[in-house]
Design a protein around this ligand. Structure first.
Ligand SMILES: Nc1ncnc2c1ncn2[C@@H]1O[C@H](COP(=O)(O)OP(=O)(O)OP(=O)(O)O)[C@@H](O)[C@H]1O
Ligand SMILES: [Mg+2]
Length: 283
């Protein structure tokens, strides 16, 4: 990775808490998540893991106020997020949804400028700090040479990096990313994860990310939340969550879990699919 430029510390005071209380979520008549109480540790990196359809994106979208709860609430610094004005929420929390869609013809630079919206004044006047933040975000994602290109003319991985750049330009104390490494090759995956690690370490930025790659989730997070069928199966340090039992019960896979000597973090080696009988016996 290239060296980091100095990062402007976010202007708003860092939040002290993001939590859900008795949160029930769903679509139309269908309930997907029921009575969820979850606190995202501030200043830490949380990885949310779980099988397809378990409710990860639903939880993430509600936490970022993109989905209205059917019951309960999300609290940012003890205040119901539904009652905080949109711009204020966007100054504290940036979100990269899963599979975002963009208007046709939008250039990378325009997209990244959108991240500055919450910082701009009345009538959308922009400042030197806005231009600096946009340039910085483009640099961090190695997209300087792509700034004039339209999103539809990019590869899947380049487009994903453009969305990450938009979220970075927002310069919020909390960054929520739903599968930020999708479409990225291994080098670019590690680059994004290392960048998030640096932002966390240097600025105390709270990072909440959904990851499918369990070894990366364990390696790059301080806190893991394993979701199964809309509930928390277990949460804690990677050591506590990344277990044989997680693989078997939640993902239906027999695996060995070992400790990486260099990072000291657990990693799994999948062996085979577990049968339903195995999974039931283990749970
Ligand atoms: N817009 C929607 N309308 C109706 N049902 C939805 C909608 N979005 C998600 N669901 C359903 O809610 C459940 C949870 O979906 P969610 O997207 O939260 O899963 P996920 O854990 O993020 O899965 P993935 O790993 O595939 O992204 C699924 O059964 C899904 O079909
Ligand atoms: Mg999802």
């Amino acid at each position: 990775m290239t060296s980091m430029a100095t990062i402007e510390v976010p202007t708003s005071a860092p939040p002290t808490e993001l939590r859900t209380s008795d949160l029930t979520l769903g679509y139309d008549d269908r309930i997907v998540v029921r009575s969820l109480d979850l606190t995202f540790p501030i200043g830490r990196i949380t990885a949310v893991v779980g099988p397809n359809g378990s409710g990860k994106s639903t939880i993430i979208r509600a936490a970022a106020r993109l989905l209205r709860p059917k019951g309960g609430a999300v609290f940012l610094d003890g205040k119901a997020i539904a009652r905080i004005p949109t711009k204020e929420v966007a100054r504290r929390l940036a979100v990269l949804p899963q599979g975002p869609s963009s208007p046709e013809g939008l250039t990378v630079e325009r997209l990244v400028w959108n991240g500055r919206y919450p910082h701009q004044g009345f009538l959308g006047t922009s400042s030197a700090a806005d231009a600096e933040a946009v340039a910085w975000a483009l640099r961090q994602t190695h997209l300087e040479d792509f700034s004039e290109r339209t999103l539809d003319a990019l590869s899947g991985g380049e487009r994903q990096r453009a969305w990450i750049a938009m979220a970075l330009a927002q310069q919020t104390p909390i960054l929520i990313l739903d599968e930020p490494t999708t479409f990225l090759d291994l080098g670019h995956q590690l680059e994004v994860l290392e960048l998030l690690g640096e932002l966390n370490e240097r600025q105390g930025m709270t990072v909440i990310m959904v990851l499918h790659e369990l070894n990366q989730a364990a390696r790059y997070s301080d806190h893991m939340v394993a979701v199964q069928a809309g509930s928390i199966w277990r949460q804690g340090t990677p050591d506590e969550v990344m277990t044989k039992e997680l693989l078997e019960v939640v993902f239906g896979v027999h695996a060995d879990v070992r400790v990486d000597e260099i990072s000291g973090k657990p990693y799994c080696v999948p062996l085979s699919r577990a049968t339903e009988a195995d999974t039931e016996a283990a749970s």
